[in-house]
Design a protein around this ligand. Structure first.
Ligand SMILES: Cc1cc2nc3c(=O)[nH]c(=O)nc-3n(C[C@H](O)[C@H](O)[C@H](O)COP(=O)(O)OP(=O)(O)OC[C@H]3O[C@@H](n4cnc5c(N)ncnc54)[C@H](O)[C@@H]3O)c2cc1C
Length: 341
């Protein structure tokens, strides 16, 4: 049986109190929300914080608010047009609560689908959206017990020097495996970060860094407190995920699409790929190819062709990397088709 290492636990009731503890304790402290990622990591000695700051009792981090929160009568998953403000989601809101949220389901079907596919119903009762966004990167040479890792003399991400996926690499290639991250980038979400030094709000893509070790730009003393979703008016969104088991599994490819139409014509397009790099990737050329055209088969196929080269999966997750790369075309086609008016 794997046991947790020793740590001191604080259970603050306010964000200010939590931020104060993090500032006082320094980088040896971490926050824990649902613990569905962090506790297994601690058992495998990936992370060994001396202090944990639990966020579960911080009421201000829970819940969804905003003009659309109560109604859910705006844009449906079928994409009817409706008027709405944006949504603010507390970072400590559980995935299960978000899955049940009618406004989120109706207005942001892509995000709802991404959340619905994360882990299992039991884990979604504990796991939070904030924890999912800040999820540790994953790799076959890292997500192993301490003894397994010692047998290969560890790896660059933890306790060692070599990246076993690409031994010549100076960068750790562990994979961004959050389902919500690419979708939040595509939706144009913004993240609110709070520390004792103050509050700042950043665009979702600015949180992620293409470095498997330092995969977030967030400072250790910063707490993600909220996710702001812009109004969904006129936007249609979809998420498609490749994984071995439909029941539960981390993504080995995630495609997040978000399109706004002017009649039959695509007026704006956002297409992001998850789980094929150390951070979510924006498919810029594919986006451009979609804009100004009706979303017919030819247009979607061209976008899929242009998205394909940017997916450069490494041999460090499930399935063969060639097949995962090939699947990019198919999943882009599926995600775009799901956005059709
Ligand atoms: C069997 C299994 C299957 C899983 N499948 C999936 C899957 O398919 N897709 C997927 O995306 N995830 C999956 N997960 C991972 C995990 O369950 C989810 O990502 C979950 O949302 C993590 O949330 P949490 O609240 O439990 O995070 P925690 O474990 O509490 O924290 C995770 C990380 O985020 C940091 N953190 C948490 N909250 C904050 C905050 N508010 N501010 C700053 N930092 C914060 C923590 O310090 C830690 O580094 C799986 C996990 C398991 C065990």
């Amino acid at each position: 049986m794997m046991r947790l290492p020793r740590f001191r636990y604080y259970g603050p009731r306010t964000v200010a109190e939590a931020a104060g503890i993090l500032a006082d304790e320094g980088p040896s402290a971490m926050v824990v929300a649902g613990g569905t990622d962090l506790y297994p990591n601690m058992k495998r000695r990936h992370q060994t914080p001396k202090t944990l700051v639990g966020l579960r009792r911080v009421e201000a981090l829970n819940g969804v608010s905003g003009a659309t929160a109560a109604g859910g009568r705006g844009m449906s998953s079928g994409g009817r047009r409706g008027r709405s403000g944006g949504l603010r989601i507390g970072a400590g809101t559980t995935l299960a609560d978000l899955e049940r949220h009618a406004g989120l389901r109706d207005l942001y079907p892509g995000l709802h689908e991404a959340i619905r596919t994360i882990s299992t119903p039991v884990l979604r009762n504990m796991g939070t959206i904030g924890g999912n966004i800040c999820l540790d990167t994953r790799c076959n040479y890292y997500d192993q017990t301490w003894e397994w890792r010692r047998a290969i003399n560890f790896c660059m991400k933890c306790d060692g020097d070599t990246c076993w996926v690409a031994p010549g690499s100076d960068l750790c290639l562990a994979v961004s495996s959050s389902d919500s991250a690419p979708m939040l980038c595509a939706l144009g979400a913004r993240f609110r970060l709070v520390s004792r030094r103050g509050t700042r709000t950043i665009a979702a893509p600015d949180l992620f860094r293409r470095d498997g070790i330092r995969y977030l730009t967030k400072r250790p003393d910063e707490i993600l407190t909220a996710i702001d979703l812009p109004p969904a008016d006129g936007w249609r969104s979809a998420y498609r995920k490749l994984r071995r088991r439909e029941a539960f599994d981390f993504p080995v490819l995630g495609v997040a699409a978000c399109l706004r139409f002017d009649g039959e014509i695509v007026a704006e397009a956002r297409l992001w790929l998850g789980a094929v790099s150390m951070a979510p990737l924006e498919a810029l050329e594919a986006q451009s190819a979609l804009v100004g055209r009706p979303l017919g088969r030819d247009t979607m196929e061209e976008a899929a062709r242009l998205a394909y080269p940017i997916a450069k999966p490494m041999d460090n997750t499930d399935f063969s990397l060639r097949w995962r790369k090939e699947m990019t075309r198919h999943f882009v086609l599926e995600a775009l088709s799901a956005c059709r008016p």
